[in-house]
Design a protein around this ligand. Structure first.
Ligand code: BJ8
Length: 420
């Protein structure tokens, strides 16, 4: 960190002792997993810096923005329309957590067999370790899986800041109407919270900012199809994870600079692994920061990783920028978000088509389906996909602990051997 932020953390009610412990563990893990990689692109230096300051400089930026009357809005899901938050000059931050922190506290509120993602966001708050939650003026949940729905009720008792958007379970005409209503209600909620009106001008600007961010992430994804691959799966994952925290304009610029560098690498035939390495597409539950376990295992075994959850699902579709009224803009935003293929929907056949397409586009040799333990939608869908595909495929269920590291490594190595 560039400076001592203890005073700021203390003012937010952060448990300083535990927080110091957390930062030490995280920085050690980062050194071992990230900084030990060879031949990383220079452009990753910015993202290393962001991580080193994720609870420091970025929190200070949010603090300064709040002094200027801007509102911070926390989210847990890629269905929450970022465009509307930017249109009211709000700041969007992802609150999902990817580490086994505060589980003991969380298990006083939710059952043990709740998915790790839910226990982690509750645990970080309950253990007094998340400055982002403390910075928020509003926390937006969504009715995706049952676990989240019920956890948000409890999280509201704890934080008193929750607002929940209803996400339909299907994509029929009546569901589209319901969702459009929800997006319109969210617009009003944000306008009331910030005292700012969404106008055609600020909505168009916001849609453009988010589209540019998604375009940059798509550009990065496309570059990963080259052999040798110019960037590791771990680094690409990190960039995608940071997309939920960083200032969107600065982030887009940095991703594009990274992509410029990667294009040069491609021209020179330079990669992070030798040409011809086995390439795996990971598909499934989201990888919230700092959940790097699976990627680290696969890449340590010598394979290049692609992934599709904190990744393609977030940036695959852009919002149509051709609209001439606020209402029309809201409709375009609502329909863009309903293209997301989360396993919480039924039926969800487009996800299988998207996995097949991505596997082909990124020249992957096989797919590893990853479900967080107790995540019923993805665990169930993993079986369905297996029956409908004709390429090498493996199902994994895991959580945030390191207990199964050795076992996973053995299984993954055996799978990779069958691909060679
Ligand atoms: S769009 S994947 S971010 S809901 S919390 S479903 S892991 S049991 S996070 Fe998600 Fe939005 Fe869908 Fe993506 Fe499973 Fe856990 Fe539920 Fe989870």
């Amino acid at each position: 960190m560039t400076k001592d932020y203890s005073q700021l953390w203390e003012s937010l009610g952060i448990n300083l002792e535990k927080h110091d412990g957390l930062l030490t563990v995280l920085s050690d893990a980062y050194k071992n997993i990230y900084l030990s990689q060879e031949n990383r692109p220079q452009g990753m230096k910015y993202f290393d810096f962001v991580i080193s300051e994720v609870h420091g400089l970025r929190i200070e930026e949010l603090y300064e923005a709040k002094k200027n009357k801007r509102k911070v809005i926390g989210t847990f899901c890629v269905y929450v329309p970022e465009e509307l938050i930017l249109a009211v000059d709000g700041i969007f931050v992802g609150l999902c957590a990817g580490a086994e922190i505060g589980f003991e506290e969380a298990e006083k509120y939710v059952p043990r067999n709740t998915c790790a993602l839910i226990k982690a966001f509750m645990g970080f708050k309950l253990a007094g370790l998340c400055p982002y939650v403390e910075m928020t003026d509003l926390i937006v949940g969504e009715t995706t899986c049952d676990g989240k729905k019920k956890a948000y009720e409890i999280f509201n008792d704890i934080t008193k800041k929750m607002y929940v958007m209803e996400i339909p379970n299907m994509k029929n005409e009546s569901d589209r109407i319901l969702w459009l209503n929800e997006v319109e209600k969210f617009k009003i909620k944000l306008e009331n919270l910030t005292g700012k009106k969404i106008t055609l001008d600020n909505l168009k600007k916001a849609v453009n900012i988010v589209n540019e961010k998604r375009k940059a992430l798509k550009r990065l994804s496309k570059l990963r199809a080259y052999d040798p691959v110019p960037i590791s799966g771990l680094d690409a994952l990190l960039v995608n994870q940071i997309s939920f925290y960083d200032d969107p304009i600065r982030f887009t610029q940095k991703v594009n600079e990274l992509c410029d560098e990667l294009e040069e690498r491609v021209k020179r035939g330079e990669g992070v692994f030798p040409k011809g390495k086995t390439r795996i597409l990971i598909a499934g539950s989201p990888f919230a920061i700092p959940n790097w376990k699976l990627h680290a295992i696969i890449e340590n075994s010598g394979a290049v990783v692609e992934e599709s959850c904190v990744g393609s699902r977030n940036y695959r579709e852009l919002t149509d920028e051709q609209f001439s009224t606020v209402e029309e803009g809201i409709q375009k935003i609502a329909s863009r978000y309903l293209t997301i293929d989360c396993a919480c929907f039924t039926p969800n056949s487009e996800r299988i088509d998207n996995i097949k397409k991505l596997k082909k586009e990124l020249n992957a040799n096989g797919v590893i389906h990853y479900s967080l333990q107790f995540c019923t939608p993805y665990m169930m869908e993993a079986f369905k996909i297996e029956k409908l595909i004709d390429f090498p495929y493996m199902r994994i269920e895991t959580d945030y602990s390191m207990e199964d590291f050795g076992q996973l490594k053995t299984r993954i190595e055996a799978f990779l051997e069958t691909l060679q």
